[in-house]
Ligand binder design. Structure first.
Ligand code: SF4
Ligand code: SF4
Length: 364
């Protein structure tokens, strides 16, 4: 059981570290590294709604974001919320914060029940806003986006000020309420939970000594002691209940299609399937989440349209990627020549008050 715990924490730590590194590279190295939006499966859902509404593609997203979204649906269908328990970096961050103190706030049951609906409500609002506005409406308020942008210094407050305040609330609350964001606010978790209802992967509790240790340790407060098969959409398959079971051979465990699988094997299986599938999808060209590299544009001669430009590109990049002369690009984008060419397009407003890169690009 210990091995499963060590493996799980190692993977979660690596994913959290890896996503922070990619965010850092995106902010400082530009669009050849994926943004947090491009690799958010929920963005794929928002894009889908925008498409259905005939609004076209949402800015900041790529075809790979859609692939990721559909992949996550299949993953949740097979493995329930194993992504939340074994892979999600924001979930892990909350888990780490929860270790700061053992003193926890017990949210009254009735209030807890109502608050847990928050994530479904947010999922509905995000879908509605994507349908009507074709934007990532939640982005400025998203604490994970804010956390991923901690490298951007002062810009963080300009672009993600509200998200940063919400992040502080989430961080504070996660210390005293296990997985506060997962329980009450995460729309992605809400979506996976709905799908997990029909997943063949479940926690089961065989007749046992009813010590209730499993229930006491559950970070999602699933009432596992009341069920023989956990059907709750709140179970993130973290395996903590199985870890503490004092019964010889553990009476609590993960079952797939009714067959028991050890927690260690389950962590290995889900992580291997998750990252293995992403590697395969990438190899067959279905995981495009960044703009093409300079070298590939040079080689293919296929330039981007103005609509495909990203705010993280510099003015120089913009001219290069669209195949225009630098001066012509300045003129087309109505950027005064005094703005340095290595300025990111989204940062032109720092030199030209009121300049809105996205509105300018949409007008071309
Ligand atoms: S509920 Fe959301 S934040 Fe929590 S682990 Fe799942 S996807 Fe991550
Ligand atoms: S029931 Fe077990 S596997 Fe599910 S969230 Fe609780 S501790 Fe984790």
């Amino acid at each position: 059981m210990k091995k499963a715990k060590i493996l799980r924490y190692s993977i979660l730590g690596a994913v959290l570290g890896g996503t922070m590194l990619i965010s850092y590279l995106h902010i400082n190295g530009g669009s050849i590294y994926p943004s947090v939006h491009a690799v958010c499966p929920l963005g794929g859902l928002e894009n889908l709604w925008a498409w259905f509404a005939g609004q076209g593609n949402i800015q900041k997203l790529f075809s790979g974001t859609m692939t990721l979204f559909f992949f996550m649906l299949i993953f949740a269908l097979v493995f329930g919320r194993a992504f939340c328990g074994n892979i999600c970096p924001f979930g892990f961050l909350q888990e780490l914060l929860g270790k700061i103190t053992k003193r926890k706030i017990t949210v009254p049951k009735k209030l807890d029940k109502v608050l847990r609906l928050g994530k479904y409500l947010l999922l509905a609002v995000i879908s509605l806003m994507a349908w009507t506005t074709a934007t990532l409406w939640i982005s400025p308020y998203d604490p994970w986006t804010a956390f991923s942008h901690i490298w951007s210094g002062g810009e963080l407050f300009q672009e993600n000020g509200a998200g940063f305040i919400i992040l502080i609330v989430v961080v504070g609350a996660s210390i005293f309420i296990d997985r506060f964001f997962c329980k009450y606010l995460c729309p992605a978790g809400g979506l996976y939970g709905i799908i997990a209802k029909i997943s063949p992967t479940k926690i089961k509790r065989e007749p046992c000594i009813n010590c209730e240790k499993c229930a006491n340790v559950c970070p999602m407060n699933v009432e596992i002691e009341k069920e023989s098969t956990v059907k709750s959409a709140e179970c993130i398959l973290c395996g903590k209940c199985a870890e503490v079971c004092p019964e010889k051979g553990s009476k609590v465990g993960v079952f797939i299609f009714g067959k028991r699988i050890s927690t260690l094997l389950f962590v290995l299986l889900t992580v291997a399937v998750f990252f293995g599938s992403i590697l395969v999808l990438d190899a067959v060209g279905l995981m495009q989440v960044t703009v093409p590299t300079v070298a590939s544009v040079q080689e293919s001669g296929e330039f981007l349209k103005i609509a495909d430009l990203r705010g993280s590109m510099t003015i120089e990049d913009g001219a290069f990627y669209t195949g225009m002369a630098l001066d012509a690009f300045y003129e087309l984008m109505e950027i005064p020549r005094s703005v340095p060419a290595d300025t990111q397009l989204k940062a032109v407003s720092q030199y030209v008050p009121g300049y809105d890169f996205h509105a300018m690009k949409a007008s071309k």
